[in-house]
Design a protein around this ligand. Structure first.
Ligand SMILES: *Cc1c(COP(=O)(O)O)cnc(C)c1O
Length: 417
């Protein structure tokens, strides 16, 4: 459930009409509903109320400080994948004890910064990384808490670019090599194996892959404990999908929790979960203005002022995002069209060959489900300043990141002489 709906034919975010925000901040802009963020976090958190657990929201889904702050106040921890994300969670006052650090390519500087901030654990993805953490922690006179990220070789049945738990993916340690590497870790002086981690992919729409992966890592966990390696934290990653259209409705977080908890019965662990998309995806929209409507020989193009630099998911994953008029009119016909941006690439589309309401030049449209992997993946391609970000709470809105200016884009560049 989210807080975007029509009132008097005007699309609102909570109690604020989106056209009012557009008049004040211009377009394109991302708009987030704080009530939706809080609701999604609470639903997910409460679904696991029966067991000791920590929700570590995956920062890469949407790393805006206002979003992180909203979730931190709700009690969320964070899953980070870079030194930049570490700095972001520090800025919202999150203690290291609620931070896990994931990623295949952690640099020495990033590892040091995370050791200084005393993160809860490093989710280690290779033997090389394990040895590097051991060496760096040794130099600082510390013992680094670690988990190994296991690649369970389970097919998440999602887009190949967001599948991470298959043998052919770069992520994690093959489950067949994991026990051996744990034994090695247990013998190192400056690491302390305390957890076991696994994240198999994103936008999963069924529960089976989660359960299959859990079965594999559970077997490993029991084996490790039998060998005297005291694994306390079980991190099951993120990946639960959201409904982008009415075709594929993923399971509700409560069903997801039930399935996992059923499999975990009798196992004493502190559960860690790293949801990203399911918390923020439907808490945000991208609002754009139609610049032109062009009739090609074969189809109609709705040309907007938002492009693939603002929202790359359609171009990158062929992702579906619902397109809504910000002002509802009953004389609107449904037409077959492409909704495209101003970028010089044929992959620059927000919707392709889609039946959508007819739009006129100058009208506003909202791209739904744009809260996750929207702004965070945006770029300055075509020297376009990145969009503004706005957050709404009830009848109030505020710009939480102003639109970039062209001046800002150019200010760090230096001519070669
Ligand atoms: C991206 C990512 C997540 C979040 O995935 P969602 O599909 O957004 O829930 C969690 N953990 C890790 C390690 C990730 O890379």
């Amino acid at each position: 459930m989210d807080h975007f709906r029509y009132l008097d034919h005007r699309l609102h975010c909570e109690q604020v009409p989106l056209d009012q925000i557009a008049a004040s901040v211009g377009t394109p802009f991302y708009c987030y509903s704080q009530a939706t963020l809080e609701r999604h976090f609470d639903v997910f958190h409460n679904a696991f109320a029966g067991v000791e657990h920590l929700i570590c929201y995956s920062v890469k889904a949407n790393s805006s400080l206002a979003v992180l702050d909203t979730l931190a106040r709700r009690g969320s921890g964070f899953d980070i994948v870079s030194g930049g994300e570490l700095e972001r969670v520090r800025r919202v006052g999150c203690p290291g004890s609620r931070v896990v650090f994931s990623g295949v390519g952690k640099s020495s500087a990033e590892i040091q910064a995370a050791l200084e901030h005393e993160v809860l654990m490093f989710n280690v993805e290779s033997q090389g990384e394990l040895m590097r953490i051991n060496a760096l922690a040794g130099r600082m006179g510390l013992k680094a808490p670690i988990a190994l990220r296991i690649n369970p070789d389970v097919d998440p049945a999602t887009h190949p670019y967001i599948s991470t738990g298959l043998k052919r993916n770069k992520f994690g340690i093959p489950h067949t090599q994991a026990a051996e590497l744990y034994r090695l870790a247990a013998g190192l002086e400056h690491v302390r194996p305390i957890g076991l981690d696994c994240h198999i992919g994103s936008q999963l729409t069924t529960l089976e892959p989660f359960v299959d992966a859990l079965k594999r890592v559970k077997r490993l966990l029991v084996e490790l404990r039998r060998e005297g390696i005291p694994i306390r934290y079980l991190d099951l990653g993120g990946g639960l999908g959201i409904p982008y259209d009415s075709q594929q409705i993923p399971p509700h977080p409560e069903r997801y929790a039930e399935a996992l908890l059923h499999e975990l019965q009798g196992l004493e662990v502190v559960l860690i979960l790293e949801p990203g998309r399911v918390i923020v995806g439907n808490a945000g929209v991208l609002v754009a203005r139609v610049e032109y409507v062009k009739q090609g020989e074969e189809k109609r193009f709705i040309i907007t002022d938002a492009g693939m630099n603002d929202l790359i998911r359609p171009a990158l994953y062929d992702a579906h995002h619902a397109i809504l008029p910000v002002t509802r009119r009953f004389d609107r016909e449904e037409i077959l069209a492409d909704v495209v941006g101003p970028i010089c690439e044929s992959a620059d589309f927000l919707a392709r060959d889609r039946m959508i309401p007819e739009f006129l030049a100058g009208e506003l449209l909202a791209v739904r489900s744009a809260g996750a992997y929207g702004f965070t993946m945006s770029s300055n391609y075509n020297s376009r300043p990145r969009a503004a970000e706005v957050m709404v709470r009830q009848d109030r809105f505020a710009v939480v990141r102003p639109r970039e200016t062209i001046q800002q884009l150019l200010e760090h560049e230096i001519l070669f002489s």
